[in-house]
Design a protein around this ligand. Structure first.
Ligand SMILES: *[C@@H]1O[C@H](CO)[C@@H](O)[C@H](O)[C@H]1NC(C)=O
Ligand SMILES: *[C@@H]1O[C@H](CO)[C@@H](O)[C@H](O)[C@H]1NC(C)=O
Length: 282
């Protein structure tokens, strides 16, 4: 008897393939669904591009309306608080440098104390040791608290210096205007072009895998018909089984390539969408 699989076993084996293909298609669709939920997009992927582009345009419009107002408003406020003061960013910076400098001095003194402590501790009597040990603990705590406060001052200075520069200096205003024009160009040209490209490719993938899934089902239906017509056969010869598997193997390869392409398209989409969040100027 020719080697081969019992017809029922062959059926069970082959049936697993269109099922696996269906599962892969579902999981690729689910990956897109999570993108859809994350970015709050319409159900139909062919509408995503229009949606994303108009949302970005809307964000830019909001920014374009509110930012100049905010800047003017803050500028007036600052001038009211510090009349005649045109060097606020420099003053703020000088203040921060002063704080940082004092902290550096404090550290030098702390190091000196450490050296003296290590050198003289053994020469002290019991009462003195108790006093100095207590002082050491307090000093450590204070130094740590001071370190955190200085770091906080420096971080805030960086943040506020930028804001003050934009609101109060010509240089800052020019940089802001440049950024503004770049954002405008990005929202009106770069982003739409990019999103259209990525989404065209993504829609292509969705269509292709729907076709592949239908094809797998069609192949399977045909195979079932074939087996029913040859009920006299109780075994499927190995070569026949191999050629029955061929179409599935080709489809699986295509889906595996799809999964790589889809991942890269989705990360491109995420990268460009994250830029659409407006920067804050307040
Ligand atoms: C603060 O001072 C330290 C050392 O004195 C220096 O390394 C650091 O760059 C200074 N930080 C800033 C923001 O100037
Ligand atoms: C420790 O030394 C200090 C000053 O040198 C002195 O006043 C104190 O009486 C001494 N205490 C003891 C317990 O020896």
């Amino acid at each position: 008897m020719a080697p081969g699989l019992l017809l029922t076993d062959a059926c069970i084996l082959l049936r697993a393939f269109p099922q696996a293909i269906g599962d892969i298609v579902v999981s690729l669709d689910e990956d897109l669904e999570s993108v859809r939920r994350r970015y709050n997009l319409p159900l139909d992927v062919t509408h995503w591009a229009t949606f994303l582009i108009s949302r970005t345009a809307c964000c830019f419009d909001t920014f374009a309306t509110t930012a100049p107002y905010e800047i003017t408003h803050r500028k007036a406020l600052l001038q009211e608080l510090y009349p005649g003061e045109d060097a606020l960013p420099d003053r703020l910076n000088a203040f921060a440098m002063n704080v940082n400098g004092s902290y550096a001095e404090c550290r030098v003194m702390n190091d000196q104390f450490r050296m003296l402590y290590d050198g003289y501790f053994l020469h002290l009597n019991v009462t003195e040791r108790t006093v100095i040990e207590k002082a050491e603990v307090e000093l450590d705590t204070t130094r740590e608290a001071l370190y955190n406060q200085v770091a906080d001052v420096l971080a805030r200075t960086v943040e506020w210096e930028g804001c003050l520069t934009v609101a109060l200096t010509d240089k800052g205003h020019r940089a802001y205007m440049e950024g503004f024009e770049q954002r405008r160009a990005w929202a009106a040209e770069t982003f739409p072009r990019h999103v259209n490209e990525v989404l065209e490719a993504l829609c292509g993938l969705v269509e292709e895998r729907k076709r592949l899934s239908d094809e797998a089902s069609a192949v399977w239906d045909e195979q079932v018909d074939g087996f029913h017509q040859h009920t006299s056969i109780s075994r499927v010869p190995v070569p026949e089984l191999c050629s029955a598997l061929n179409p599935y193997s080709r489809i699986l390869q295509q889906l595996s390539a799809q999964s790589v392409t889809q991942k890269s398209l989705v990360s491109k989409l995420k990268a460009s969408s994250s830029k659409s969040v407006p920067r804050r100027w307040d």
